[in-house]
Write a protein that binds this ligand. Structure first.
Ligand code: HEC
Length: 112
């Protein structure tokens, strides 16, 4: 019985930490979605399918395993560009900070 005393609170603590970690993960995505929304990305992109620009899941698929993609896409989001998906260019978003552009690029690449 001696053991059981310490075991239960420990299990409860572990369970709580797991729940908290899951909650933090779930919250991270809506935050990024809100930033993308605020930045106007969804006027040309949707999460999955092509609108004016490629769906974010398509972008993630295209650059899977490309270690330089976050850097390159962050730059392209800020400076604009064309040619990777077709002839329609993405306009520059110079009002975005480099940090936010990088966060958006990493978030887009994490969408599966
Ligand atoms: C006016 C329309 C428009 C807006 C607004 C827009 N995009 Fe795009 N985006 C495009 C188009 C068009 C392309 C395809 C460009 C190409 O073919 O290289 C694209 C491509 C991309 C790519 C892939 C680039 C590549 O080289 O493969 C990413 C990532 C991306 N956009 C993210 C964003 C984010 C994040 C925002 C919001 C800050 C945003 N876009 C806002 C039109 C837009």
């Amino acid at each position: 019985m001696q053991k059981a005393k310490g075991f239960l609170p420990l299990t409860a603590t572990v369970a709580m930490v797991v729940v908290m970690l899951c909650a933090a993960r779930v919250e991270a995505a809506p935050d990024m979605q809100a930033l993308a929304d605020k930045s106007g990305c969804f006027s040309c992109h949707s999460m999955k399918a092509k609108v004016v620009g490629p769906g974010f899941a398509e972008v993630a698929g295209k650059y899977k395993g490309d270690g330089e993609a976050p850097e390159r896409l962050a730059k392209k989001i800020r400076e604009g560009g064309k040619g990777a998906w077709g002839r329609i260019p993405m306009p520059p978003h110079e009002n975005l900070s480099e940090t936010d552009a990088r966060k958006l690029a990493e978030w887009v690449l994490s969408i599966g």
